[in-house]
Write a protein of this length. Structure first.
Length: 453
C-alpha cells in the first residue's frame, strides 16, 4: 500500500530524532508535581451528547511527561463536558499504526504526531477532516476570540493542503544555536551573531579563550541542519525543495548549493568544530557542550531540557536563530517550525467533539500547563516558554516567516531526503567527499532517483 510504504520510510529516517522532541534516543523529562490542568469554562460549547466517547491515538508512551499531560487533559475535559476521551498511547509508531488500523475499519477520532509525518502520509492520502469551518469557533474560555487567532502567525498555514486546514499544532519546536552565555561573555561577545560573518568572528573570539566554538554529531539529520539553513538564508524558503524536484538535476548547478557546502567545510578547515566531531555519535557532541569543552551547538530547542541534568548549576542558556548570509534573500528572522500536531480523522465518529477537545487542550491555561509539564514551547503567542528556551519563544514572536524543516523535503519527498540528500550531505560534512564531489553526486543521484519514481 502506497501510504504505508512512504510513511514507514519517513519514520525510519527522521522520526527517531524529531518526533521525540529530543535527539536519537529520547530522554524523559520529569513532570513537576505541582502542574495540574486548569479548568476553564467552555464558552460557547454546546451541551455534550449523551454517551459520547472520543478515541484519541497519541504518539507518546505511557509514563512520558507528554502522555501524563494528555491523560490529565482528557480527565479535565471529561469533567467539564461529560465527554470521555479514551487516550491510546502508541509511542513513535502511532501514525503507522493508525494507517493500518484505519484500513481495517477501526474508528479513531483524532491522532497526534509530528506535523511533517502526519502531513506526508495521512493528510495527503485524504484521511484528514478539514477544520476550516470550525476555526472561527471561540477559543476555549475566551468568548468573542476566534480560535484561529490564538496562534503565532503562519503556524496554521504551514501545512495547508489544497487550501484546507487539517493540522492543529500543540507543541512548537525550532532549530537554533544553543550556548552558555558565560562563554560569550568570556570571549567579549556582547550580542549573538545575526550574520554569517559575525558568526565566524564569534568563533574566532571563542577559540582564543581555549575552547572549541562549535560541536556537532556526525548524524545525517543533525548535520543537515546546517545545509538547509544556509540554503534558506541565501535563496529563501522553497529553493532546496525546487532542486530536489528538478528531475534533470540541473538546478544543483546553481551557485548557492556549492557555496553552502563550502561554508560548512570552512568551519572544519578553520578548526572551529571540536576535534573528533566527524566521528561523534549522539550524544557525544551535546555532552561536550554540557562539559564546557565547546561553546555552541546548532540543535533543536529540546536540547536544554535534554542536558538539564548534565550542565552545571551556573550554566546560562542562550539561543539565537541561524544567522543571515550577507546578500542573501533569507533573513535571520525566518524561523524554522517543527510542530507536533493534532489531526481529526476524516471518518471520525465525533469530529466536532474531537475539535472541542483540541480547543480545550489549547486554552491559555492548559497550554501553560503543557509548558510546565513537558518543558516545551507552544504555538499560542500569548503563552510564555520555559526559561531555558525562552529565546526560542522570542524567535517565534519576532518571526517574519515560518518555514518547514529541511525546506519541506521530509513532507513532500521523504524518500528523496532519506536516499539522496541525507547520506550524500553527511559524507561531505564529515569530509569523506569534497563539496564539489557532493554537488556532482547530488546531480547524478537526483536524476537516478526520478528515473524510478
Amino acid at each position: 500500500m502506497k501510504t504505508i510504504v512512504r510513511f514507514s520510510l519517513t519514520i525510519v529516517t527522521i522520526t527517531a530524532v524529531v518526533l521525540t522532541g529530543c535527539a536519537p534516543k529520547p530522554t524523559p523529562v520529569p513532570t513537576p508535581a505541582k502542574a495540574t490542568p486548569v479548568p476553564v469554562e467552555a464558552t460557547p460549547t454546546p451541551p455534550p451528547k449523551e454517551g459520547i466517547a472520543l478515541v484519541f491515538w497519541s504518539c507518546w508512551n505511557s509514563g512520558e511527561p507528554h502522555a501524563d499531560a494528555f491523560q490529565s487533559l482528557a480527565e479535565g475535559f471529561e469533567k467539564e463536558t461529560g465527554i470521555e476521551v479514551d487516550v491510546i498511547f502508541n509511542g513513535r509508531e502511532n501514525p503507522t499504526k493508525a494507517v493500518t488500523a484505519l484500513s481495517a475499519g477501526t474508528e479513531i477520532d483524532l491522532i497526534d504526531a509530528d506535523a511533517f509525518i502526519v502531513a506526508g502520509s495521512l493528510m495527503v492520502e485524504g484521511m484528514g477532516y478539514p477544520l476550516d469551518d470550525l476555526l472561527d469557533k471561540d477559543a476555549w474560555g475566551e468568548p468573542g476570540r476566534p480560535f484561529r487567532d490564538i496562534f503565532f502567525p503562519g503556524a496554521l498555514d504551514l501545512y495547508e493542503f489544497e487550501g484546507r486546514t487539517y493540522l492543529i499544532p500543540h507543541t512548537l519546536i525550532t532549530i537554533a544555536f544553543w550556548y552558555d552565555k558565560r562563554d560569550f561573555s568570556a570571549a567579549g561577545i556582547e550580542q549573538p551573531p545575526t550574520t554569517w560573518n559575525e558568526l565566524l568572528d564569534a568563533c574566532e573570539k571563542i577559540e582564543a579563550t581555549g575552547i572549541a566554538p562549535l560541536t556537532h554529531d556526525a548524524h545525517d539529520m543533525l548535520a543537515g541542519f546546517w545545509y538547509y539553513h544556509l540554503i534558506e538564508r541565501m535563496e529563501g524558503p522553497g529553493y532546496l525543495l525546487s532542486a530536489a524536484e528538478d528531475k534533470t538535476g540541473e538546478m544543483w548547478s546553481e551557485p548557492a548549493f556549492l557555496k553552502a557546502a563550502l561554508k560548512e567545510r570552512e568551519l572544519w578547515d578553520r578548526g572551529y568544530i571540536i576535534e573528533g566531531a566527524e566521528a561523534f555519535a549522539w550524544p557525544q557532541a551535546q555532552m561536550t557542550l554540557a562539559e564546557g569543552a565547546a561553546a555552541m551547538m546548532l540543535h533543536g530547542s529540546w536540547l536544554p531540557n535534554e542536558l538539564k541534568a548534565s550542565v552545571d548549576p551556573e550554566f546560562e542558556w542562550g539561543g539565537f536563530s541561524f544567522p543571515a548570509v550577507e546578500g542573501g534573500a533569507g533573513k535571520n528572522t525566518d524561523i524554522e517550525a517543527f510542530m507536533m500536531t493534532f489531526m481529526v480523522l476524516k471518518d471520525a465518529p465525533h469530529p466536532r467533539e474531537a475539535f472541542d477537545f483540541i480547543r480545550y487542550c489549547l486554552s491559555k491555561e492548559n497550554q501553560e500547563f503543557w509548558v510546565e509539564t513537558t518543558m516545551n514551547g507552544v504555538p499560542r503567542e500569548d503563552v510564555g516558554w520555559p526559561d531555558e528556551i525562552s529565546d526560542a519563544g522570542d524567535m517565534f514572536g519576532n518571526a517574519t516567516a515560518l518555514f518547514q524543516g529541511f525546506d519541506g523535503l521530509p513532507f513532500h519527498h521523504a524518500e528523496y531526503y532519506a536516499m539522496v540528500l541525507a547520506p550524500n550531505h553527511l559524507d561531505m560534512w564529515v569530509g569523506k567527499i569534497t563539496p564539489e564531489e557532493f554537488i556532482a553526486k547530488m546531480k547524478a543521484d537526483t536524476i537516478a532517483y526520478w528515473e524510478t519514481h
